[in-house]
Design a protein around this ligand. Structure first.
Ligand code: GDP
Ligand code: CA
Length: 323
């Protein structure tokens, strides 16, 4: 069974690790999973190209993530960043661990040698053992895409990089809107559109609907591929009990004028969504379109087994749907 998933960072990675766990536990053949990763969070820091969502996927699926925070390397130190601080070099609001810096140096070096982001990501994925697990990790695009946030502070509008809004400001200043530099010109990376068109199932993990999945959907051709695929498209709500489980999806939805509900998220996908998993707490909330089949299931990914159970339910829902 060919599974294609669109994913952001922590929510996407935890779900997909659960999906792999589920597939292995159910005794299926080696999984055939293509992950299309959001690269709209990418940023250049200290001259290094950082792809936060790709890195979270690499470390989580590769068994190297710091479990307590959901991103970064386990047993990490920040001596390099300390040295940069001693030189007065910033920014200091974005944590770059020492092992993590190795990833960014490798990525930047290979990009500088002329490799595409897809080729670089494939090399990084090799080191983390993703191909052996049946996982193909693709960036959504090989072109640089950067999400910026337009804010009003002291009566003046200014734009900051998404990471500055998310990490330094903790999304505490309301976003007027998102401006995604490079998105309208970004071609889908090799294999992305085919993976959606030829999948047996397309899954939307509980990733941020605006700044993770929403960005991938903005890559020209992706939304059309989702509308046109013969595979059932099944999503998992990132909103549980009317709130994000972690992060600031509420602030992102507010920028679009939407409430923080599972139904509002489904509404963003309604032109291609077939099945939608919601938590029992959100089951009473009506969906915008009756065509979407809703199933309720506890959606907290408290550990790998819980994420695996949720992923298994998503696959069962997809199998029931067909198209
Ligand atoms: P990011 O790029 O690291 O922010 O990660 P994603 O975009 O992949 O995922 C962020 C989303 O995951 C947030 O909107 C969270 O509400 C959601 N999320 C995190 N943990 C859970 C969980 O255990 N269950 C569900 N349903 N959603 C979760
Ligand atoms: Ca992200």
């Amino acid at each position: 069974m060919r599974i294609t998933a669109l994913a952001g960072g922590v929510g996407g990675a935890r779900f997909l690790r659960g999906l792999l766990h589920h597939l292995r536990a159910s005794g299926a053949d080696t999984p055939d999973l293509t992950v299309i990763a959001n690269t709209g969070d990418d940023i250049t820091l200290f001259g290094l190209r950082v792809s936060p969502d790709v890195d979270t996927l690499l470390y989580t699926l590769g068994g190297g993530v710091e479990e307590s925070q959901g991103w970064g390397r386990a047993t990490e130190t920040t001596r390099v960043q300390g040295e940069l601080a001693a030189y007065g070099v910033g920014p200091q609001w974005f944590t770059l661990g020492d092992l993590d810096v190795g990833t960014h140096i490798a990525r930047s070096l290979w990009l500088g040698q002329g490799l595409s982001l897809s080729e670089v990501t494939a090399r990084l994925a090799q080191r983390w053992g993703l191909p052996e697990q049946g996982v193909r990790l693709l960036p959504m695009s090989d072109s640089p895409v950067e999400t910026h946030v337009v804010l009003t502070e002291d009566g003046e509008q200014r734009a900051v990089h998404f990471q500055e809004w998310w990490v330094r400001l903790r999304a505490g200043v309301p976003a007027d809107r998102f401006v995604v530099a490079g998105l309208d010109r970004a071609g889908a990376a090799p294999g992305v559109l085919d993976a959606i068109r030829t999948a047996d199932v397309v899954v939307l993990p509980p990733s941020n609907p605006v700044v993770s999945i929403g960005i991938i959907l903005g890559v020209p051709g992706v939304r059309d591929a989702l509308r046109g695929t013969t595979a059932p498209v099944v999503g998992v709500s990132p909103i549980v009990g009317g709130a994000p489980v972690r992060g600031h999806a509420d602030a992102c939805l507010a920028a679009l004028g939407l409430p923080t509900t599972s139904a509002a998220v489904a509404g963003l996908y309604e032109d291609f969504l077939d099945g939608w998993l919601v938590d029992p707490q959100d089951a009473a909330v009506a969906l915008p379109r009756a065509r979407v089949r809703v199933h309720d299931e506890p959606l907290l990914m408290t550990d790998v087994a819980a994420a695996g159970r949720i992923a298994g339910t998503a696959l069962t829902l997809a199998a029931d749907l067909g198209r």
